[in-house]
Design a protein around this ligand. Sequence first.
Ligand SMILES: Nc1ncnc2c1ncn2[C@@H]1O[C@H](COP(=O)(O)OP(=O)(O)OP(=O)(O)O)[C@@H](O)[C@H]1O
Length: 314
Amino acid sequence: MNTTDEIAIQVKGLTKSFKGKKSVDAIDLTIKKGEVFAILGPNVAGKTTVVRMMSTLLKADSGNIKIFGYDAVKEAAKVRKLIGLTGQYASVDEDLTAWENLMIFTALNGLDKKQSKAKATQLLEDFTLLEAKDKQIKNFSGGMHRRLDLAVSLIANPPLVFLDEPTTGLDPRTREQMWDVIRQMIAKGTTVLLTTQYLEEADQLADHIALIDKGKLVIEGTPDELKREVGELKFIVTFDTNATNAGVALIEEVFDHSSGIAINGNEIQVPVESTLQISDFFVKAGQRKIDINVFSMQKPTLDDVFFKLTEDNK
Ligand SMILES: Nc1ncnc2c1ncn2[C@@H]1O[C@H](COP(=O)(O)OP(=O)(O)OP(=O)(O)O)[C@@H](O)[C@H]1O
């Protein structure tokens, strides 16, 4: 049971329609302090709409949102002081340099000149932007731009940061750099609510994942819980051509064949219920002299969860 002071975000019955169509449909979520919570979903699932409501930018039609106990509508000013927001609402001035932008935002956050300089330098260092400090933002790459957005959102040291699709459109290397930056932030204890279309991103960064599709919460849990939901460990084995028939018979004998054996040429895939089945398989294959070419074990991935559950929901 979560006590109120352990909770960063509590969402109940959140619903929002545009032109009579529900974009967010009765969503309930609880996000604990200090955790990284990912809202994962395909395009137009409703992720940004949820974040805009949580961050006080948009009013829900019904339901309510509490941020550190404050109502996101009735106490919006208090909520705004506790959150940093970055992603699809970049607010930096493209004609100014990184340094100039940071000096403006630090001043807006009430820091004096000396404090502003120290803070700007520290953020540029943390986000590996020091060398680019005198470049105009319009000449920044996509990755540099995202890092600066994130730096700006952290000036006020908010205890809760919303990252709306922080790596959408970035190339794989820049995405990994961004993940490192996010990990540093997580290590400092900031609560992070992240939206993403990328399964790997949620798997890499999040403690909890809520999968949403067509405005509805499909499933919520830790990455491992979600993976367990769709499937078991798979055993994949390829037999020598001459041994395939005997191999399939052995698999049917050792593993529960009602649970779905997939045969693709010489390669057989079978769900594993107990690792004892695997040792049993090898002992019997040895006794019967069934030649095995290769074998491997495969854990379910978030892709399996995503495709199975968003498919089921159609
Ligand atoms: N201001 C708006 N006016 C009309 N429709 C809107 C508005 N904002 C969002 N929608 C609709 O709500 C639905 C969900 O959009 P949303 O941007 O929340 O999805 P998303 O999951 O963030 O998608 P993406 O990954 O593409 O950003 C879409 O069908 C979108 O067209």
